[in-house]
Design a protein around this ligand. Structure first.
Ligand SMILES: *[C@@H]1O[C@H](CO)[C@@H](O)[C@H](O)[C@H]1NC(C)=O
Length: 115
């Protein structure tokens, strides 16, 4: 069990050094997945795609962790523009590389006490 957690942490730290991913808060230990979404937008030649993703807890529970993985491994960027850890909502802004699409796998985590 310890090894699994350690491997998960190693994997997560590897993700967080890559600029295309966003991993904040706790997404591995003592949290549960509250919401999972795949966000995909097609490429438009010569343009960057800028899109938002909004999550709001239907039961007003604070977010403990956010993981957004760039599944296409492009040079897209993603930022939190509102809410986030400790808030019951988060707004994410995603921007693709010029001429590329966007593809993010987003997980929102909350404490299990709140289930
Ligand atoms: C996120 O913030 C960085 C630094 O301010 C900026 O360079 C980048 O373009 C932003 N990305 C998005 C999707 O807003």
């Amino acid at each position: 069990m310890k090894t699994v957690i350690l491997l998960a942490l190693v994997a997560l730290s590897a993700y967080s050094v890559d600029g295309s991913h966003l991993v904040v808060g706790n997404v591995a230990d003592r949290v549960v997945l509250a919401h999972h979404a795949k966000v995909e937008y097609n490429a438009i030649p010569f343009f960057k795609r800028v899109k938002s993703f909004f999550y709001s807890s239907p039961t007003n529970r604070p977010i403990r962790g956010i993981q957004a993985l760039d599944t296409e491994h492009t040079k897209a960027s993603i930022n939190i523009t509102a809410g986030g850890i400790g808030y019951p909502f988060v707004n994410l802004r995603m921007k693709s590389e010029r001429g590329h699409g966007l593809s993010y796998d987003i997980g929102i985590y909350i404490s299990p006490d709140f289930i």
